[in-house]
Design a protein around this ligand. Structure first.
Ligand code: 5GP
Length: 190
């Protein structure tokens, strides 16, 4: 997706050979027209698949996932990372190791928002080693729902995430694929 790649070139900053910072348009300040375009692109790629729900992980997945859900005309559910007094229902949970925080935590979705038989699209901001997406996929399985695919805004293709997800048989669609962050430069795969 050229518009996204242009944004990454102009406003992304390479923190290390492993980490790209996109706080200017995705992870802290959010660019609404770009999110809308991202939502349209995911809806174009996954449209016609009978998707019932979009699932993401708070907080950074919410903006692109919400726009995707809006375009598909379905609800968005986000998995919570923190315990909440209001999260009292039957919980579907998974342990997820955070790439950026380097700690493992439990993420949870109330079973009342994910039902058996529903067709689910996972959307997340980044794909590194696939832990977040695998955790969300485990939650979909626990619900007895069906995972239609995984939409990723920025994939770091030099890390192991895509391989891990494809090995499980999941369809992965990424809007920008980064081949390398070496030398402080973002190089795209395609
Ligand atoms: P994974 O679970 O695939 O190893 O990592 C994906 C998660 O870690 C995403 O939900 C995202 O929040 C975070 N993440 C991974 N790599 C990066 C990165 O290079 N930059 C930022 N800002 N977040 C990342």
């Amino acid at each position: 997706m050229e518009q996204l790649k242009q944004k990454i070139r102009e406003h992304g900053s390479v923190l290390s050979e492993q980490v790209l910072k996109v706080d200017a348009f995705l992870n802290h300040q959010v660019d609404p027209p770009l999110m809308q375009a991202i939502g349209r692109e995911f809806a174009r790629r996954f449209g016609g698949q009978g998707i019932d729900k979009v699932l993401t992980l708070e907080a950074s997945g919410i903006a692109p996932a919400l726009m995707t859900a809006l375009e598909l005309g379905v609800p968005l559910v986000f998995a919570r990372k923190h315990r909440s007094l209001t999260l009292t229902d039957n919980l579907l949970t998974a342990r997820v190791y955070s790439f950026t925080k380097q700690v493992e935590s439990t993420v949870a979705v109330s079973a009342s928002h994910l039902a058996a038989g529903e067709r689910v699209l996972i959307v997340d901001d980044f794909l590194a080693n696939g832990q977040a997406a695998l955790g969300l996929a485990a939650i979909v399985r626990q619900a007895g729902a069906q995972l239609v695919g995984i939409g990723i805004v920025i994939e770091k293709s030099f890390q192991s995430g895509r391989g891990a997800l494809e090995e499980q048989g999941y369809r992965v669609e990424s809007l920008a694929r980064i081949a390398s962050l070496a030398g402080g430069q973002v190089s795209f795969l395609e």
